[in-house]
Design a protein around this ligand. Structure first.
Ligand code: SF4
Length: 102
């Protein structure tokens, strides 16, 4: 089977779009807790609801807004996070990829 030039170009454009998408942390729709990636990372929009049994590293006071990966503006209620590219996490949220802001 041969790949036509047209299909090859289409594929290249699609790959470029995907790379752009993941390269930027655009503001977007809120991350859903039922999203498979959110579930696997234990993301919750309210950090106090973190599953402490499953994610014992959670400690009270850890929230997205004081995580080094959070890219929302100071005082914002939600903002981008590279873990969930293209979507917004809640400032009061938490996931197991939490890294304390230095
Ligand atoms: S990595 Fe940090 S900012 Fe992103 S969802 Fe997890 S706790 Fe929130």
């Amino acid at each position: 089977m041969s790949i036509s030039r047209r299909n090859f170009l289409k594929g290249s454009v699609a790959a470029g779009t995907v790379m752009t998408f993941f390269g930027k942390a655009n503001a977007g729709a809120p991350v859903s807790e039922s999203d498979p990636q959110a579930k696997s990372l234990g993301y919750v929009a309210n950090a106090t609801k973190a599953d402490k049994a499953k994610f014992p590293k959670y400690a009270a006071g850890q929230v997205c807004s004081n995580c080094s990966l959070y890219q929302g503006k100071a005082g914002s209620t939600a903002g981008p996070c590279p873990i969930f590219a293209g979507k917004d996490v809640a400032a009061a949220g938490w996931c197991s990829a939490y890294v304390k802001k230095a």
